[in-house]
Design a protein around this ligand. Sequence first.
Ligand SMILES: [Cu+2]
Length: 445
Amino acid sequence: MFSRRGFLGSAALAGASVVSGRAQAASIPEAPHMDKVVMQPPLHPVSGPDYRPVVTLNGWSLPFRMNGDWKEFHLVAEPVVREFAEGMKVNLWGYNGQSPGPTIEAVEGDKVRIFVTNRLPEYTTVHWHGMIIPSGMDGVGGLTQPHIQPGKTFVYEFEMRKSGTFMYHPHSDEMVQMAMGMMGMVVVHPRDPSFRAVDRDFVFVMSTYRVDPGTYLPKVNEMTDFNMWTWNARVFPGIDPLPVRLGDKVRVRIGNLSMTNHPIHLHGHSFAVTCTDGGWIPESAQYPETTTDVPVGAVRVFDVLADNPGDWAFHCHKSHHTMNAMGHDMRNMIGVSRKDLAKAVGKLAPDGMAMGSTGMAMGNMEMPAPDNTLPMMTGTGQFGPIEMGGMFTVMKIREGLARDDYRDPGPYQFPQGTVAYEVTPPAPEPVRQQPGGPPMKNMKM
Ligand SMILES: [Cu+2]
C-alpha cells in the first residue's frame, strides 16, 4: 500500500500561500509506491472541487498534495516486476512500482505540477497524450525539452484546460520504452460534477508484449508478432472483474497504446461511445453499439446502463487476443483422422503428438509448459472451463451492491430456469445432402 504521509489534506501544505512555479518546485513531494496488482479503492478528493473518482483495473490512482493552488504529483520512472497473472511475472519498466503507472486524476481548471524522476538506466520524458498544454510541456525529447537523464528530476506544469480521458507515455526511445510497459492514464473530471455523471467509472490501458514461453523479458524489437495481449499489463484470468450494481450508470474508459486496434465487446447490453481523447461526443452524434474499435494511440470511453443482471463477458473480439502465448504455427487438422495422422507422424517423430482433429477445446487437459508461462487457454467458471486468456474479463452486474463496493461478488446465481439446457431425447437427425449426391426432394436448385 502506498504511504499517504504528506499527501491529500496535509494541513501544512494546503495552507501554504500561492506559489509562483519554479521557486516552490524545489520541494519535491514524496513518491507513493504500489506493491499490489489488484484494483485499489477509489481515491476520493478531500480538498478542492468534488468529483466521483475512477477505479483502475488492477491499478490505482496517484495521490497528490496541494501546494498553494497547485496540485502536485510525483511520478518515478523505474524498472518494475509486473505479474501478468498468477504464474507469470515479467520484468518491465513502469512508474511508482507498477506497469502501467498510476492513473492521474484532476479536475478541469486545476493547475498541476507533475514531478518526474528518472530511475531508468537511460533517458526518458513524459508526453501528455491528448491534453491541450503549452508546447514546452509536451514531453517530446529533443523537440520540446532536453531528455531527462538517469537520476534527474524534471517538472511539468500546466492547467487542465478540458475534462476527459487522456494518456501518458515517454517520447524518448519510444519503441523500447513503450514495449517495456511505460504508460498510464489521465482522467480530468468536469468542474461541474453533474456533467454526464455516472455511478461507476472504470479505466484501463491496453498494451501488448512479446514474451517467449519460459522467459521473463519482452522482446522490445517486436513490431507485429506479439503474444501477450493485456489490459493494464494483466491477462485473463488475472484481469479484475468489473463489479457493478444493477441499475448503475457505468463508464468504461479504454486507452490503446499497443501496436494494433482492438474491437472491444460487451455482452448483454448496448452502449454508446461518449468521449474520445479529443473530447466529449455530443449526444446527437452518439449511436448504440455492442462492440467498439479502439484504434492505436486513441481513447474510447463508453457509457452503459447496467440494467441486465448476470455475468457478462467483456473482451477484445479478435479471438487470438483472448489467448495467452502459444506456438501458433500449426496446421488446421479439423476433419483429419487422428488415427491415420498419428500413424504417419509416429513413423517420422516417435514422440510426436497428433491433436486437434475435432477442434482445439482442451477441457481440463494440461499441457506441459516451461516455467513462467501461462496456459494458452485457461480459467474456470461455475459450469466448467472458460478457455480464454489475454484481453478477457467479466462485468458482474448484481442487485444491491454498496455504492463504493468493488469487491468480486463471486459467480452469478442464475434464477431457476434461465440457463441454456440439454434436451432429452435428442432432436431427430437433420436431413443432409450427401456430397456429390443427387439434389434432395423438394429442393429448388
Ligand atoms: Cu485485441
